[in-house]
Design a protein around this ligand. Structure first.
Ligand code: GDP
Length: 279
């Protein structure tokens, strides 16, 4: 399936683990674990996680709990799965009880926001959800047009700025009003790319949230990230970043992007992920 093929490069890169463990014997433990750690680092698990995983394997091997290469591999998979699920956060999209649910997509330029938003619209529409798009990236001229292409592709309604003086909070406000009046379930809001160090753009995010909260009383008006979409995992062997990101930020990965097509946004499933990278 798509999740499996999306992680093919990471799987390839981690296939060295199988080779290492196939010929593992107790006397060889240090060398094998060093190479295993190296393989995890190359796949972007990050130094902290890679060390933690290998260290707990070493402990179990020395305690006699793991007696064969295949037992070590199973323990490795279990330990990655535990890291991904220990925070216990739900990875499914939580649309909440308030309608319309408003989802703002935030990230750096070129990260895949607009594309992910389009794919998400496609996915939700297929589930029978009534979706409205809001073109809240008012800085980049081409951004609205790009979102309009996705609106057409997914046959979604879209709200865009009437002219270039209209700023993001107004676009979102207009979209949320429309969404409320016309019974939309979800409003997917594109935003301008930004880094957290760009103060005026971060201020704008807060203003966007406030604009939404004005229309939907009770909606939280502070900016908080509730879920992550990790994009472009199809093109890289660095799938281990999923684990380091979840561990570092404590925020669940909700979706992974595994290509540029409408169907290339996959719900993140920790178990399927572990099986896809260590097959
Ligand atoms: P934005 O600036 O954050 O809105 O980023 P875009 O949505 O415009 O995406 C930037 C580029 O990355 C586009 O060429 C997308 O087609 C591409 N892209 C986005 N997501 C993925 C993905 O999951 N896999 C691949 N291979 N390309 C992607």
């Amino acid at each position: 399936d798509k999740l499996f093929s999306g992680f093919s490069k990471t799987r390839e890169s981690l296939s060295v683990v199988d080779e290492l463990l196939l010929y593992w014997n107790l006397a060889d433990t240090d060398r094998v674990l060093d190479e295993l750690e190296e393989a995890l680092l190359v796949s972007d698990f990050g130094p902290k996680i890679s060390f933690k995983i290998v260290d707990s394997l070493r402990e179990d091997i020395l305690a006699g709990k793991l007696k064969s290469g295949s037992e070590i591999k199973e323990a490795l998979k279990t330990s990655v799965l535990q890291l991904l699920t220990s925070k216990g956060s739900k990875t499914e999209l939580q649309l909440g009880f308030r309608k319309p649910a408003v989802i703002m997509i935030v990230g750096v330029n070129g990260g895949g926001k607009t594309t992910s938003l389009g794919k998400l619209a496609h996915r939700l529409k297929n589930e029978g959800v009534k979706v409205l798009l809001a073109a809240g990236d008012t800085y980049r001229a081409a951004a609205s047009e790009q979102l309009e292409v996705w609106a057409e592709r997914t046959q979604s309604e879209i709200v865009v700025a009437d002219d270039d003086k209209v700023k993001a909070p107004s676009v979102l406000s207009k979209a949320v009003k429309k969404g409320k009046q016309q019974g939309y379930d979800v409003i997917l809001c594109d935003t301008s790319g930004r880094l957290h160090t760009n103060y005026s753009l971060m201020e704008e995010l807060v203003a966007c949230k406030k604009a939404v909260a004005k229309v939907i009383p009770g909606a939280p008006n502070v900016v908080g990230v509730t879920g992550l979409v990790l994009t472009k995992l199809d093109g890289s062997a660095r799938g281990g970043c999923v684990v380091s990101v979840v561990e570092e930020l404590g925020i669940p990965v909700k979706f992974v992007g595994v290509g540029e097509g409408v169907d290339d946004l996959q719900p993140f499933d920790a178990e399927a992920f572990v099986n896809a990278i260590f097959s």
